[in-house]
Design a protein around this ligand. Structure first.
Ligand code: AHR
Length: 528
């Protein structure tokens, strides 16, 4: 039995209030009327804040497991329908997400990747051991293929350079190869390899996790290494590169302090990595699919730590960069579970459930809240690895609950953040508790207001009274993502177990909006 939760259970009240709601065309009372709790939301349209950088919806694609090879790249001769080697089903699904920026080639792999291996005729490219994640990399997917993928997706390229086993010269030459229009050796090599026009590369990182797999450096040493390498990141032919430095992880605040104080002037962004493990224990992280309310709760408690980490890393950055010129780039985040029994440990393949959808939505709400400092975030990772958007099995493909959240939330990309005052009870289990709701709002360039609401409580619906300051609404539409079980998932045989449905659990009277959000759900409303 679950520990008895102390949340204000008000079944009787919830049912009574449902019965008072007039049955207009605007109202659909969910058939599964559940116990509920009360909450209020005040949307402060009168206090618009920063632009939510669309790069917060960034993705990450590493040469790891079946992400690049099979997940994206199948080769031109594959029976799987493809365009220039990239599988059509995956590209079409990703296009729906409006992926703004894509990080590549790692991850840990970035610090063992030598770009010259991945250019020129594919049959002449060297096969290399992937010493970070196992297996052999054919190098069939290299710079030209990555840039082709970015163009197919309409995404900006974020290239992660090799510091751990590379040199400033190798990094400098890669950038010249990609971005220069000059009549010189490297751009001419690019032209001979089939690309006439220089590419735009807006983001380039100097190494990855240089405190760990990227070289096991001390922050003082890396700060100098960063300054040296960053000097050789040159802008060619009108391309402008934002230079990104490796930042800290979790509570590693000293790394941030040293980097921003000693190299802040040379960087445009500093990264932060944080993964959510249900147990917090890297040796036994917890199952992706076999879990109950206890693991649901601990996962959400740990997800919410992102808020604390961003606040504290940002506060350090504020001391040296009060103008917030340097972005905090959360370029690795997401859930990380134990490898499924029987699967390759190094491939980091995991299933994805309703819990992942809720965790994704909470994280995105947190990034919006800190959008004055958080300028990019890249979920780990795009296909078949960790908290993926898409899973494949040879020719089969399925989109995950996390994919649906990214699609529903895409309305917030580039919109103006609108503060929301929330009053909600705590969702408690054992000694730990979290707010039962997570919310975020934004107004887009056409004046549409979008309100995202996540109900963390897996047992109770939320009855929410909403007021809007500084505006009026006449029309409400929306979508809801939920399922019968906390560990509901999409499989190749049952791909639609978790999918969004139109949301009609609202009542609009004048400017007074009441909504009933099902337990364990993500809702995105459009208010006009
Ligand atoms: O995303 C998987 C790995 O996690 C990345 O390669 C590394 O940067 C991090 O430790």
């Amino acid at each position: 039995m679950h520990t008895r939760r102390k949340l204000n259970v008000c079944l009787a009240f919830g049912l009574a209030s449902l019965m008072m709601w007039p049955l207009t065309t605007h109202v659909t009372i969910p058939a599964h009327a559940q116990a509920s709790y009360q909450a209020t939301i005040a949307i402060r349209l009168d206090q618009p804040r920063w632009t939510i950088n669309r790069n917060i919806y960034g993705q990450f694609a590493e040469h790891l497991g079946r992400l690049i090879y099979e997940g994206i790249w199948v080769g031109e001769n594959s029976p799987i329908p493809n365009t220039r080697g990239m599988r059509n089903d995956v590209v079409a699904a990703l296009r729906e997400l409006h992926v703004p920026v894509l990080r590549w080639p790692g991850g840990c792999f970035a610090d063992e990747y030598h770009w010259r291996d991945g250019i020129g005729p594919r049959d002449k490219r060297p096969r290399r051991s992937n010493s970070s994640w196992g297996g052999v990399d054919t190098n069939a997917f290299g710079t030209h293929e990555f840039m082709d993928l970015c163009e197919m997706l309409g995404a900006d390229a974020y290239i992660n350079g090799n510091v751990g086993s590379g040199s400033p010269q190798e990094m400098m030459e890669w950038i010249e190869y990609m971005t220069s229009d000059a009549d010189s050796e490297l751009p001419n090599l690019r032209r001979r390899n089939g690309r006439i026009k220089a590419w735009k590369i807006p983001y380039f990182a100097v190494g990855n996790e240089t405190w760990g797999c990227g070289g096991n450096m001390r922050p003082e040493y890396y700060a100098d290494v960063y300054r040296r390498y960053a000097t050789f990141i040159k802008n060619h032919s009108g391309n402008h590169i934002q230079k990104l430095a490796v930042g800290g992880y979790d509570e590693n605040y000293n790394w941030t302090e040293v980097l921003i104080s000693q190299a802040g002037k040379q960087m445009d962004g500093l990264s932060l990595h944080y993964y959510t493990l249900p147990t917090g224990n890297w040796e036994k992280k917890g199952s992706a699919t076999q879990f109950g309310e206890k693991e649901w709760h601990t996962t959400l408690v740990r997800t919410l730590r992102m808020d604390e980490f961003i606040q504290r890393h940002s506060a350090i950055m504020d001391k040296y960069d009060p103008q917030k010129r340097v972005g905090l780039m959360v370029d690795e985040w997401g859930t990380w579970y134990d490898t499924e029994p029987g699967r390759d440990m190094g491939a980091l393949y995991q299933q994805n459930t309703l819990r992942d959808a809720v965790a994704a939505a909470i994280n995105l709400n947190i990034f919006h809240k800190h959008g004055d400092r958080v300028k990019m975030a890249n979920i780990a990772q795009m296909v078949n690895v960790l908290q993926a958007m898409i899973l494949t099995d040879k020719e089969k493909m399925v989109v995950t609950p996390t994919y649906h959240v990214f699609r529903m939330y895409s309305v917030h990309q580039g919109a103006t953040m609108i503060p929301v005052d929330l009053s909600a009870p705590q969702y408690k289990l054992g000694d730990a508790s979290v707010p039962a709701l997570s919310v975020s709002a934004s107004r887009d360039s056409e004046g549409r207001l979008h309100l995202s609401i996540v109900n963390l409580d897996p047992n109770q619906a939320a009855e929410i009274n909403t007021t809007i300051w500084g505006g009026a609404i006449k029309n409400v539409t929306g979508e809801v993502l939920t399922a019968a079980a906390v560990n509901a998932m999409n499989t190749f045989d049952n791909p639609n177990t978790v999918k969004p449905a139109p949301f009609s659990g609202y009542k609009l009277e004048g400017s007074q909006l009441s909504v009933r959000i099902p337990s364990k759900s993500v809702v995105v409303l459009e208010l006009r």
